[in-house]
Design a protein around this ligand. Structure first.
Ligand SMILES: [Zn+2]
Length: 380
């Protein structure tokens, strides 16, 4: 996530904090110190309430971190590499680099997080019970952690993707049907339904409750869940449609190339305009030198086009991502979507053998869809 910075690492897993985390830290501290604590535990000074609010909020984040670590440790024990954990405004995310290979792994990985939150909540209730009648300052903190951890556990068990409960649902459907693609579809559709419920609840609360902020908060969570469910669905569709497909099968083996030493004016007049091109690969002799696109040309003032060689304006090969023809398309997709590029040169042993474009991928997807090939079974 951009806007995140590393605060340390636990058992080799880097822990990041996103800037939005500070918004919620300040907001929760103040709302606890001025609302929840004074009304439930009267008799302390306002600076004590502030301190209690801050400690409780920080411990809530420790709880969220423990929840994420539980996911990550199970993932690692099952052989899935864990990149990092990021804490942000809605809680935390574990960045696990691979999808689980079996329904059992997915179930364990997903279920352990909410289970740990429920256990922490239960332990806090237990400690609160032991302290009853003592008027200890630990009571407000324990009470808050008990309620929030149990809510955290229950919220995450809602059965829609991307929530943990959605993954639990996916693993169950996967186990029953033996079809991971079908399972993802079910979990993401339920995820979208839950997201809309949050959004509608948000709208209703905004107009009919005493505190419109509750409504905004619900709507915001719903919007976040909806985005996550939709992108998970698109990703799953693409990955399934392109299972076993290589770059060579989809690439254009005769890409348009231009020499590096011609001027921008010639490039536009003789290549781009007559053929309606938006980009071309640039060659220095028989070697790939770079890529030139319309937007690179637009950055040069028009009166300088006749004197400026293509080689000076292009993106040089060192700054380009390239793929190999035998690579799977599923590996190439994240390079395109993540970097927001429209084409990848295909290179074998330093030699240019083709170009992979977004358009070609979309066409291949359309063809596969109409042939009904996107319903393949997941390989065990
Ligand atoms: Zn979780």
């Amino acid at each position: 996530m951009s806007g995140s910075f590393r605060i340390g690492s636990i058992a080799g897993i880097d822990i990041f904090i996103h800037v939005s985390w500070f918004i919620i830290l300040v907001f929760l501290t103040f709302s606890l110190a001025t609302g929840w604590f004074p009304s439930l535990y009267p008799g302390y000074s306002s600076s004590t309430y502030l301190l209690l609010g801050l400690i409780s909020t920080l411990l809530l984040f420790v709880s969220v971190l423990l929840h994420e670590l539980a996911h990550s440790f199970v993932a690692r024990a099952r052989g899935l590499p864990v990149k990092n954990i990021t804490l942000f405004i809605f809680g935390g995310v574990s960045n696990i680099e691979q999808e689980p290979h079996s329904a059992e792994t997915e179930f364990l990985m997903a279920f352990v997080g909410p289970l740990l939150s429920l256990v922490i909540g239960g332990l806090c209730y237990g400690a609160l019970f032991l302290l009853r009648g003592t008027h200890s300052v630990a009571q407000p903190i324990l009470g808050y952690l008990a309620v929030t951890n149990i809510l955290l556990g229950i919220f995450n068990l809602l059965p829609g993707f991307p929530l943990d409960g959605g993954r639990v649902l996916r693993s169950i459907v996967w186990k029953i049907t033996g079809n991971a693609y079908r399972a993802t579809q079910v979990a993401t559709i339920v995820g979208q339904v839950i997201a809309y419920l949050f959004i509608f609840t948000g709208i209703w609360l905004f107009f009919f409750s005493h505190d419109p902020f509750d409504g905004i908060w619900f709507g915001f969570i719903g919007w976040f869940l909806l985005n996550a469910a939709q992108s998970a669905r698109t990703q799953a569709t693409l990955e399934t449609a392109f299972r076993g497909v290589t770059v060579a099968q989809v690439m254009n083996p005769n890409p348009m190339t231009v020499p590096a030493n011609i001027s921008l004016q010639r490039l536009v007049d003789e290549y781009f305009l007559p053929q309606g091109l938006r980009s071309a690969l640039v060659m220095q002799g028989d070697q790939l030198a770079g890529l030139i696109t319309l937007s690179d040309i637009r950055h040069v003032p028009r009166e300088q086009w006749p004197q400026t060689p293509v080689g000076l304006t292009m993106i040089p090969t060192q700054r380009l991502h390239t793929v190999a023809p035998q690579q799977s398309l599923r590996e190439a997709l994240p390079l395109m979507t993540g970097q927001d590029v429209n084409q990848l040169p295909v290179v074998q042993d330093g030699r240019l053998v083709g170009i992979l474009t977004r358009d070609a991928i979309m066409r291949a997807l359309e063809v596969r869809r109409s042939l009904g090939e996107d319903r393949g079974k997941r390989a065990a």
